[in-house]
Design a protein. Structure first.
Length: 255
């Protein structure tokens, strides 16, 4: 039987590919056979990530810098990837910014930064890569959402949560609009994932235990927990699925 999850011969572009979750997703796609392009603003970080992924999997991995909030930069990224890899088959938008601010005093410059990266960046990348998919009549897009996009949460999360709710609706709307072109648009909605940016939570026993008690599966999430769902959404296994969000959350949204 055909292996529905293999990505051999596919080119996967991962924006935010040097981040904690993004790098794990890039690695996972490479492990399943894809040629991966790691993209973000940090040239040093994407170069290191690409080298490490290629060394671990043996599959060609490229590093291309991009500022996802700048449409010209994203356009240049897409042209560079096509020039180097021939095409793009999979887009994973894994970039993300979280700025916790009190709602009474939320600085609008921070609000705008959140939306520029998380919402505008996602839409610009979908728009430019989507044009390639439209010509090919085929493509897979995986956007990074969050359980905070569908669940109310205090603690200064109103801005971040609003951006992830927007990503959820962008995903659904594009899925409908682009379905005639066989473009599948889905999202991943992780709960708290332990990355370099959140390792302080794991290192605080009392705080970590508070989080664990909230999760039905009784543990914290790690970047490797998100890989399987991403590979599924990027592969032939999900060919009759679009406009959906898979919540990788240990059962939190089921409560």
């Amino acid at each position: 039987m055909e292996d529905l999850f293999r990505l051999d011969g596919k080119v996967a572009l991962v924006t935010g590919g040097a981040g904690g979750i993004g790098r794990a997703l890039a690695l996972g796609l490479s492990q399943y056979g894809a040629r991966v392009v790691v993209a973000s603003r940090n040239r040093e970080a994407i170069g290191k990530a690409a080298q490490e992924i290629q060394a671990e999997t043996g599959n060609q991995t490229l590093a291309v810098p991009v500022d996802v909030t700048d449409e010209n930069s994203v356009g240049d990224l897409v042209k560079s990837v096509v020039a180097q890899a021939g095409t793009i088959d999979i887009l994973v938008n894994a970039m993300g910014l979280n700025l916790k601010r009190d709602a009474f005093d939320f600085p609008m410059e921070d609000w705008n930064r959140l939306f520029n990266v998380n919402v505008q960046g996602t839409m610009i990348a979908c728009k430019h890569v989507g044009r390639i998919f439209k010509e090919k009549k085929q493509g897979k897009i995986v956007n990074l959402s969050s359980i905070r996009g569908i669940r109310g949460l205090g603690g200064g999360n109103v801005g971040y949560s609003a951006t992830k709710a927007a990503v959820e609706l962008i995903t659904k709307c594009l899925a409908i609009e682009w379905a005639p072109y066989n473009i599948h648009v889905n999202a991943l909605g992780p709960s708290l994932i332990i990355t370099p940016g959140t390792i302080h939570i794991q290192n605080d026993p009392a705080r970590a235990e508070t989080y664990r008690k909230q999760v039905p599966l009784g543990r914290l999430g790690f970047p490797e927990d998100v890989i399987g769902a991403c590979v599924f959404l990027a592969s032939k296994a999900s060919d009759f699925l679009t406009g959906q969000t898979i919540y990788v959350d240990g059962g939190l949204v089921a409560k």
